[in-house]
Design a protein. Structure first.
Length: 163
């Protein structure tokens, strides 16, 4: 069962995140043999120079979300979790997560229709952050301000940081 109270730790940018994505992508494409059209690295770990939760987000494009049902037992057998209650509330995507031996989240897999609206939003957002130092800075500042607001921190306090 998925723990909704995972701790959040923000780490400085780490070049190993792209390597971890490539390994996850290869494993997923082999395991799901022909069920996935394409895979992309998304989320903050996909943007060089961004601090992030050290969780690799993998975007997996399928022809139809109906195709994901056949992926569930395959991925569960490989150690992925499919949080059914959480997925019931999702529109246009399906979500899996993977944890390490200490139950810490390491990967998220987001299934969406390839070249559909969500696929394009994820990829365009990532690409724009990759291309623009100004947007990266604004994005980081807005996330930091939001976290400080939620936690009730003062302006000089650092939220959820480690390192």
């Amino acid at each position: 069962m998925t723990d909704n109270h995972d701790s959040v730790i923000i780490m400085p940018p780490d070049p190993s995140w792209s390597v971890a994505f490539e390994h996850a992508k290869a494993d997923l494409l082999v395991a799901l043999a022909g069920r996935v059209i394409a895979a992309e690295h998304i989320g903050s770990t996909a943007v060089p120079g961004l601090s992030a939760k050290p969780v690799i987000d993998v975007l997996l494009g399928v022809k139809s979300l109906d195709d994901v049902a056949a992926c569930v037992p395959i991925l569960v057998a490989k150690g992925w979790e499919y949080p059914e209650d959480f997925n019931k509330g999702l529109v246009g995507r399906r979500f899996f997560l993977k944890r390490d031996g200490e139950s810490v989240r390491t990967h998220h897999a987001h299934f969406v229709v390839h070249d559909g609206p969500l696929w394009n939003e994820y990829v365009v957002f990532r690409d724009r952050l990759r291309e623009s130092p100004v947007l990266r800075e604004r994005y980081t500042a807005s996330k930091t301000d939001f976290v400080k607001e939620v936690l009730g921190l003062e302006d000089d306090e650092e939220p959820l940081s480690h390192g």
